[in-house]
Design a protein around this ligand. Structure first.
Ligand code: NAD
Length: 345
């Protein structure tokens, strides 16, 4: 529980890349929030986004934290910077939303959660898909146990053609590869759809096919849940032809499947090439629409501002990220040791 905030919630966005741009745009649209600072080590990137948002730019987080109007810090920097950046913001008494993955190490996750509780600030994490309208509807259907019976398997396939920036292929900055980048979402979706039973053990295999970078480009992760259900996450950065995010939940009496990008969407065809459509933009194409809202970013960030303004707990706080961090940690140990890893925390 934190004190309700009167007036506008001042925001500092740390990291002016792809996700920093999404958060800044979403929060600028929220009349209760005002993006005051963009913090980026790259002066040019920070300056450009700050100019678009009518905010100030700095390369030093401490400068933004010296501004008393800043109540919320959004961390959208490379993964291994999340822990120190979030700790600094929490220590300065700010609410913090950290992009996924919260952190790579379970002890770091617990440390951040404890630090936020001790300071009385809110700590959330970027798990946008659980806020996405399509997945929320799927979860309502899955929760109908008369229709579904006993849930016994969930499968998430998440494939892209790989990251746009260079740092995600560098372990020192990214922590891990595809399992960390898109596998985080897959693990979270599996667990959330099943009602977040404890993840008791993990079995995983990872591959780097092209030899580029020092992280895995794809992986298969098997999550063994308390109660017997299994989650299967199949993630890859080596998938040309458009992003795929599909989910299937199986129960003894029924099933629910979601095709996030293509089902219930627009289907289009051209003998040439669409200018404003994501890959695939030739032949049969599946043009996206309102992708920021449909992906749950708007709902995620607004629910954080709601909690700050009303002095309420977050609907989904960083505590929910701890089992995902532990599962991801077990994924890498399983892949390295070639065996099933039990999780005891
Ligand atoms: N939720 C999602 O859908 C989603 C999608 C993509 C990325 N992400 C996450 O968002 C975060 C950022 O990814 P991105 O794709 O926006 O990366 P990006 O490469 O587009 O941008 C990162 C920015 O951070 C800056 N930066 C690096 N270290 C910094 C530091 N210590 N302090 C301040 N600025 C720093 C860089 O100069 C760069 O401008 C990552 O944690 C990533 O996992 C989440």
């Amino acid at each position: 529980m934190s004190e309700p905030v009167s007036g506008t919630v001042g925001v500092a966005v740390v990291g002016a890349g792809f996700m920093g741009g999404v958060h800044a745009a979403v929060l600028t649209e929220d009349p209760r929030a005002r993006v005051r600072w963009i913090v980026d080590l790259d002066e040019r990137a920070g300056g450009q986004l700050a100019a678009q948002m009518d905010a100030r730019a700095t390369t030093r987080l401490s400068e933004a934290l010296a501004d008393d109007e800043v109540r919320l810090v959004v961390v959208s920097t490379p993964v291994t910077t999340h822990h120190p950046v979030a700790l600094e913001a929490i220590a300065a008494g700010r609410h913090v939303l950290v992009e996924k993955p919260l952190v790579m190490r379970p002890d770091h996750a617990r440390e951040l959660v404890a630090a936020a509780k001790a300071k009385g600030v809110l700590l959330g994490f970027g798990g946008n898909f659980v806020h996405a309208p399509k997945f929320r509807r799927a979860k309502e259907l899955v929760a109908d146990r008369t229709a579904l019976g006993t849930l016994h398997a969930v499968r998430v396939v998440y494939r892209t053609s790989g990251p746009d920036s260079e740092w995600p292929r560098n372990r020192a900055l990214a922590g891990g590869g595809a399992c960390t980048d898109i596998g985080w979402h897959a693990i979270e979706l599996c667990s959330w759809l099943l009602g977040e039973p404890r993840i008791e053990a993990v079995t995983a295999a990872t591959q780097n096919i092209t030899g580029v970078g020092d992280v895995e480009e794809q992986g298969v992760m098997l999550l063994h849940f308390e109660g017997g259900a299994v989650g299967q996450c199949d993630v890859s950065w080596l998938c040309p032809g458009g992003e795929q995010l599909t989910v299937e939940v199986l129960g003894t009496e029924g099933r629910v499947s979601v095709d996030f990008w293509q089902g219930m969407g627009i289907t289009a065809f051209t003998t040439n090439k669409f200018a404003e459509v994501w890959e695939p933009n030739q032949g049969w194409a599946f043009p996206e629409w309102e992708w920021i809202r449909n992906s749950g970013y708007v709902q995620q960030d607004r629910s954080f501002v709601d909690a700050i303004v009303n002095g309420e707990p977050l609907g989904r706080a960083a505590d929910s990220a701890i089992p995902i961090v532990s599962a991801l940690d077990a994924v890498y140990r399983s892949a390295a040791e070639g065996r099933k890893i039990e999780i005891h925390d």
